[in-house]
Each structure stands twice: as C-alpha cells, then as structure tokens.
Design a protein around this ligand. Structure first.
Ligand code: DAH
Length: 340
C-alpha cells in the first residue's frame, strides 16, 4: 500500500512538471484528488487494512494529498501570473502616441449675425415668424400683388416645383401668412432661407437669407418706417449710422423705397466697398399696398402698415470683410473656425 502511494505521488509530480495550462491542471487534480481520483480511492479502501497499518497509511496518504494540493495551488498561481503578464504585454499603452483631437464646432457667422438682429427687433417689441421654404405660388407672388403675367416674376429666377408650388424666392410670403392668421396690431420680423436659380459666383448664391419686417396697425405712417429702420441700424452698427431713402418700385408696397445706410466699413468717408460713395444699398421697403391688406382680409380704410426686406448674407459679408458668398455655404472648417 505504501509503495502504491509513493508511486502515485511520483507519477503525479512527473505529470505536474509538464503542465502548461489551467485546464491541464484541472484534469490532473481530478485524476488524483477528485471524488473518483486515485488517491481518494486508496483512502476509501483503507477499511481493508489492519488496525496497526491504518493510521500509518492514512497519515501518509493525507501528507501526499496535502503535498499535491500545495503543488497544484502554486503551479496554478504561476500559470495565472504568466497569463496576466502576457496579457499586459499585449495591451501595452503607448503614452507617447498623439491623441485624437476632438473638433469643437463654432457658431456660423450667418447665425451669429441673425441672433444679433433678432435680439434688436425683439427689444423693439417685434415677434419672430416663420414660413415654409416650399411655398405656394399664391403666397410667394399672387397675394403680394404679383399676378402670373407680372414683369416682376421675371426678375426673380424662380425654382418651380410645379405650376402652383415654388421654392420661395423671398421672405415676403410670411407677411401674408402672418396677416391671415393674426389680427392687427402686427409687428413681426421673419428671417429665413430663400432660393433663386442664379448662377453661383462670388456675389450670387442660389440659396441665401432674407429678413422680412411687417408692422400693421391703425395710423401707421411712413415716418414709423423711417424711425424703425433708423433705430435698428443705429443699434446694429452704432450711433453714427445714417439712412437715406430713394424712391423705388415693389408691387406689394406703395409708395416704395430703397434704403442706403452709411458705409459701415469706412464710416461714410468713402472706400472700395462703397465705391467711394460713403453709402451702401441695404434694403427694400414701403407702405403695404392696400390690395395686399385686402387679400388678407384687413380693411385698408381702417389699417395701414409698412414692410421691409433685406439680405442677411450681404450684412455678414460687409461686417466681416468676406468677399465671396460661397464661403458662407461651403462649410469649410478653416473658414468657419474664425468666428466665435
Ligand atoms: N421681397 C423683396 C425682394 O426680395 C424685398 C422687399 C422689398 C421686401 C420691399 C419688402 C418690401 O417687404 O416692402 O427683393
């Protein structure tokens, strides 16, 4: 019996030397120390031994079991450590590698300037209205006194979706939509994108921004229009800004005017931007045509109003000295990153 035990010990130690994985280790543990293992079955068969032999063999068997358990435990630890080392070697982090730069977005110059403009009009009691970019011909033209055969249609190169639907060529249709849904007093601005089938070049883009203004109430006069625009431009560009009106024609206003403002690049002294005139052409405006009021169910005998419309892109370009409108629509980060 004693020899048998010694032999089991020898064999087990031999096998343990060759072990490389946790799995092999487990199978050896089962083979010798498991419920049906070689050592276990010897301990179980001890009943057949004599009284004298039993404690001696029992002690020896237990010693061998303890011995094997210890060796298995130690070897298992070694294997685990080795595996960990290998894993760490593979997962090594190169702290000298350059990091990935997160690109942080900036506000677009059109958006920055529009916010500025909105804030000024809000401080003057205006509300901000919106309308659809895909617009009915009726709102974009008809209701604004521009019937199908009107020459003004030819001036605005229109993208037609079909006979009755266009991409809006101006923000003026929002005047009509607002007058249809609200009763005077009305005091609103409506900023938005507009579309014209213009050839793309440094000063023309098929998409650009306009800001529409409309005030309708009892007793509104041309001097209200003048005062409003003057206040706006002084708040926007400083107290030295002057504005001047030139007679003009728009189908939806009567009388109509175009407005020039003091060149905000040179302050009116004359420069390349204002072609040495000291003035910059800025917007169209006028008193809302009685027919337009009537089209919206507002009685022109009781109410009157003024309207104006100007281009946002032009203001942004002049303000920042941008000489090509395409920069505003190409999303070039080198350009956009310059604005805060
Ligand atoms: N909608 C005109 C355009 O696109 C601009 C304009 C002129 C708007 C006079 C107005 C206005 O509201 O009264 O050229």
């Amino acid at each position: 019996m004693r020899e048998k035990l010694e032999l089991i010990k020898q064999n087990a130690l031999e096998e343990l030397k060759k072990i490389a994985t946790k799995e092999d280790m487990e199978s050896i543990r089962v083979k010798y120390l498991g419920k049906k293992g070689e050592l276990t079955s010897i301990l179980r068969g001890m009943g057949a031994l004599s009284k004298e032999e039993r404690p001696i063999v029992g002690k020896l068997a237990n010693e061998i079991r303890e011995n094997l358990e210890n060796i298995i435990g130690e070897t298992l630890d070694k294997i685990k450590n080795k595996e960990k080392e290998l894993r760490l070697q593979k997962e090594v982090i190169d702290i000298s590698m350059p990091g990935k730069k997160q690109i942080v977005g900036k506000r677009h110059p059109l958006d920055l300037t529009l916010e500025n403009i909105n804030d000024i009009f809000i401080s003057m009691g205006f509300s901000i209205e919106e309308g659809p970019e895909v617009e009915k011909d009726y709102y974009n033209f008809e209701a604004l006194n521009i019937p199908k055969d009107h020459p003004a249609r030819g001036e605005q190169d229109t993208f037609y979706i079909n006979d009755n639907v266009v991409l809006r060529t101006q923000t003026s249709p929002i005047q009509i939509r607002t007058m249809e849904k609200e009763k005077p007093p009305i005091k609103m601005i409506a900023p938005g994108k507009v579309y014209r089938s213009d050839e793309l070049d440094a000063t023309h883009s098929p998409i650009f921004y306009q800001i529409e203004g409309l005030v309708v109430d009892k007793g509104i006069t041309f001097s209200d229009l003048k005062g409003t625009l003057q206040t706006f431009f002084k708040k926007m560009f400083g107290d030295n800004m002057e504005i001047k009106f030139r007679p003009h024609h728009f189908p939806f206003t009567e009388p109509s005017a175009e407005v020039d403002v003091t060149c905000f690049v040179c302050g009116g002294k004359g420069c390349k931007v204002c072609k040495n005139s000291g003035w910059i052409e800025m917007l169209g405006c006028g008193m809302v045509h009685p027919d337009v009021l009537r089209n919206c169910g507002i009685d022109p005998e009781v109410y009157s109003g003024f309207a104006f419309g100007f281009g946002l892109d032009r203001i942004v370009m002049l303000k920042y000295g941008i000489d090509d409108i395409r920069f505003l629509y190409e999303s070039d980060m080198r350009f956009l990153n310059q604005f805060k």
